[in-house]
Every structure is written in C-alpha cells, then in structure tokens.
Design a protein around this ligand. Structure first.
Ligand code: BES
Ligand code: MN
Ligand code: MN
Length: 456
C-alpha cells in the first residue's frame, strides 16, 4: 500500500464523519427558504479547504449563490494546472414522504450513505478535498498545480458561473478541468465518461377561459386547456420515439459506426434493466439501442404537468389554465437556443385558436465531448486501473453539466469526467445514496490521478 493509501485508510472514519456533516446542510439551490443553508455549505467548504492547507481561499458572491475558490500552485511551471470543478448545491427533496429517513440526516446502511446530495455532488467533491488533504499531509505538497472551484447553482443551470468564468479568465486559467459529478458504468467497473448531453428546458402554459368554469354548464362549448395541452404534447414525439419538431435533427452529428460498435461492446442486460425499473417494456427512438438512446441520441421528456383539480375525490371543473415543463437532451452539434426557437415555432404552429399558448425558455446548456486520446484521459485510465484493478471502459452519459462547454470555450480546457456515482444512486430522487466503497476508492483514484497528471 502506498503512503497515500495508508493515510486514506487510517483516516477513513473521520472522512465519513465530515461528509455526514456536509450532508446535514440542506443546500437546496432552487428554494428561497434554503438560501442561508446554501451559504452555510459554501462557508463549510471554505473552512475544510483551509483545514487541508489550500491557499487563496475565497468566497465570491454572485447575483445568486456564492462560488468557492481555492488554489495550491507550488508544483512548478512545468507541471499542469488542474481546475477541479464541482457543485455543493443539491436538488429539492420532494416527494419527501418517499424517503426512508429524513433527507438531511445521513444514514449509513449496507456500505452506502443515504442523504440528498450524497452522490450528486457533495460526496464526489469531498473526494477531491480529501485527496488534497492526503497529499498535503503526507508530502506537504501537491504533484500538480491545483485550483478548485465549487459552485452553488449547478442544479439550477449555473446562471452566474458563465459570467464569472468570463470575468476571471486569469484566475481560472488551467490546462484541464477535472469533474467528479457523473457515474461509473457499473459497480466495480471503473469508467471514463467522454461525453455529456446538452439541455434545453422549456415551459408551456395553455390558457383557455378567463376563469375556472363548471364543466357541465360550459363543457363541450369551450376548449379545455388540459385537453389542448395533452394534444400538443402528443404531437412532440411520434410512436417511433422520433421528435416531430421541424428541424430538430438538422444539426445532429450522425453516430459513427466505430462508436456504435464500442457501445455495443459495453455490458448491458436489457432484462435486468427492465427488472430493476419494474417496467414490462422499453420505449425509445426506433433504430437505436438503449445505450445509444440514453446517452448519444437527443430526446424529449415531459418533466411536470399541471392543471385543474388534483385534490381528493371529484370536482367538475373546466380549468382556466394548464401547463407543462418539457426538456430536451441534446447531442453534438445541437444548440439549446436554436432548439428553443424551433420548439416555440412548432408549438405555435400546431396550437389551436381556441386557447392561448405561452412558451418560455427556462435554461439550457451545450453538449460536450472530450477526445479520448487526450493525455489527461490516459492518465485517468492509469489511476482508475490502479485503484480498481480493472481496465476502465469508455462511455457517454445522458445527463448534463452545462458549464463544461464554457470551460472549453473560455479557458480552452478539456474536461475529464471522473465520476464515482452509480446509476441506481437515486440522484434527484428519494433515497439518494452514495456507495462508500466508491467514496474511498474515489479518494484513492483521485489522489493517484493527481500524481499521474504530473507525468503528462
Ligand atoms: N450530476 C448531474 C449531471 C449528471 C447526471 C451527469 C447523471 C451524468 C449522469 C448534474 O448535477 C445535473 O443534475 N444536471 C442537470 C442539469 C442542470 C442544468 C439542472 C441534469 O442533467 O438534468
Ligand atoms: Mn451533479
Ligand atoms: Mn444533479
């Protein structure tokens, strides 16, 4: 065992206790009532970065939630500068009644820690903080120059980080960005994620009569916004899972045969997948495999829908308004703003005169890919192999981290997505968890990765 691994092993219980402390802070970024908790999480991280010996620690206020920055730049000019990015904000907890334990009271069970934010992304950013500690305590130095930036607004689309990066190019100047905010392909199978989908998030509001009406008195004579909305949604995707918005696929880069062959080689058991989700059938774009559908092809989903009476029993009402939240996952070279325009144009084209339709673009992000022959990826392969004893696989993830593309565009830095989550971690869902073996192996991998990066 290396000195670093010995250090990690000796301190693992303390690392876990600290992570629990972090998880107890309900830093939900999209709820006003948690604004102070988000601030508290930022301050907590600042203190932890100070404890491990990072320098130039600063909290930058934004128009929203703060950004935490720190660096340690003493590895020498011949060593790369690595920017570690992650987010300390978390998703809301609802439906809270489906949690087996309160979401902000972490519970360890069967080698997993259950709490909101455990995998996405507090557990994963803490992997980096503890890797820095392992180096700084064992060797009094870092093998590479490190800058860390942790934001508190990733889950709401990073509305202020883009501007911050643009205004602080010198501060953030780096060769590579390392992000632990994705998953491993499978437990025990270390993985390199080389692509993320982009996102275009829309809201559609349909208004009919100026007030809720008695559905007996008016029903049949006035269009019902819920019925009208359902028809609109029904025209977004056909029975083959193809998106019907005019021009939607125009910019999509066709999947190369070589890449499709690689996807086909990834272990995937469709029966197990269905069993785990308790579904009797799958649905997706015709002509593509499930792996391709969820990671390398664009898609569209309704994320929320409302209108009319939702309480107990019946109420004969013809509602005045109905609405839906609809998101599209994008792939290279689609652009969220362009897709938002196409979406709005299409909805306006198919909307009936009997209702008013309002379309709003909520937020979006560009897709991203990292070339797998990048030296920093090769170094990651070595570190993963050292920690897990197995050759890693390459795959793409269907989720989105919109700021990745900004790092590339503004700083010219490629992103290395070194994730330790698992697909069944229930991120964004009740009973979110993080596998503790992945937490500790993650620390070991990242500690070693910093060393491997010093050799590139
Ligand atoms: N960590 C996730 C992104 C992710 C999830 C990557 C699963 C790979 C696999 C991130 O925190 C997230 O949830 N992103 C949002 C987008 C954001 C703009 C709200 C997403 O993908 O929905
Ligand atoms: Mn995340
Ligand atoms: Mn998330």
């Amino acid at each position: 065992m290396s000195e670093l691994d010995k250090y990690i092993d000796k301190n693992k219980n303390r690392f876990l206790e600290e992570l629990k402390e972090f998880l107890r802070i309900p830093s939900v970024s999209n709820e006003e009532k948690h604004a102070d908790d988000v601030k508290k999480a930022a301050n907590w991280l600042r203190d932890k970065l100070a404890d491990v010996g990072m320098e130039n620690i600063k909290i930058y206020e934004t128009d929203g939630h703060p950004i935490v920055y720190a660096d340690h730049l003493h590895a020498g000019n011949d060593k790369p500068v690595i920017l570690v990015y992650g987010h300390y904000d978390v998703q809301p907890v609802d439906p809270v009644e489906l949690w087996n334990a309160p979401p902000f009271e972490p519970v360890v069970k069967d080698g997993k820690i259950y709490a909101r934010g455990s995998a996405d992304d507090k557990g994963q950013i803490y992997i980096h903080v503890k890797s820095l500690e392992a180096h700084l305590n064992t060797n009094k130095k870092l093998p590479v120059n490190i800058k860390v930036i942790f934001e508190g607004e990733e889950e709401i689309g990073s509305p202020n980080l883009g501007k911050f990066i643009l205004n602080n190019k010198e501060l953030l100047k780096s060769d590579y960005v390392v992000i632990s905010d994705t998953s491993m392909y499978e437990k025990g199978l270390p993985s390199i994620c080389y692509g993320l989908r982009g996102l275009c998030f829309m809201q559609v509001e349909v208004t009919g009569p100026n007030r809720d009406l008695h559905s007996g008195t008016y029903g049949g004579g006035v269009d019902n916004p819920i019925n009208a909305l359902a028809k609109l949604i029904n025209q977004l995707k056909d029975n083959d899972g193809k998106i019907m918005i005019d021009g939607f696929y125009d910019d999509v880069v066709k999947l190369a045969k070589k890449e499709r062959d690689e996807f086909a080689r990834l272990p995937f058991d469709e029966k197990k997948y269905m069993k785990e989700l308790e579904v009797d059938g799958l649905f997706g774009e015709k002509g593509y495999t499930t792996i391709e559908r969820v990671s390398a092809r664009p898609t569209l989903d309704c994320n929320g829908i409302w209108g009319g009476y939702q309480g107990q029993g019946a109420k004969t009402v013809l509602p005045s308004v109905a609405g839906a939240k609809i998101s599209m996952r994008l792939v290279p070279n689609q652009n969220p703003e362009k897709i938002a325009e196409l979406f709005e144009k299409y909805i306006k084209k198919i909307a009936p005169k009997s209702v008013k339709v309002k379309v709003t673009y909520l937020h979006g992000g560009m897709p991203s890919v990292t070339a797998i022959d990048t030296p920093a990826i090769k170094a990651a392969v070595k570190a993963l192999k050292n920690a897990f004893g197995v050759e890693p696989v390459y795959f793409k993830e269907g989720g989105s981290i919109p700021i990745v593309n900004t790092f590339k565009e503004v700083l010219g830095a490629d992103a290395i997505l070194l994730g330790f989550g698992l697909s069944d971690d229930n991120i964004h869902s009740p009973n979110e968890k993080f596998d503790l073996e992945n937490f500790y192996k993650g620390i070991s991998t990242v500690t070693n990765y910093y060393e491997e990066l010093s050799k590139i």
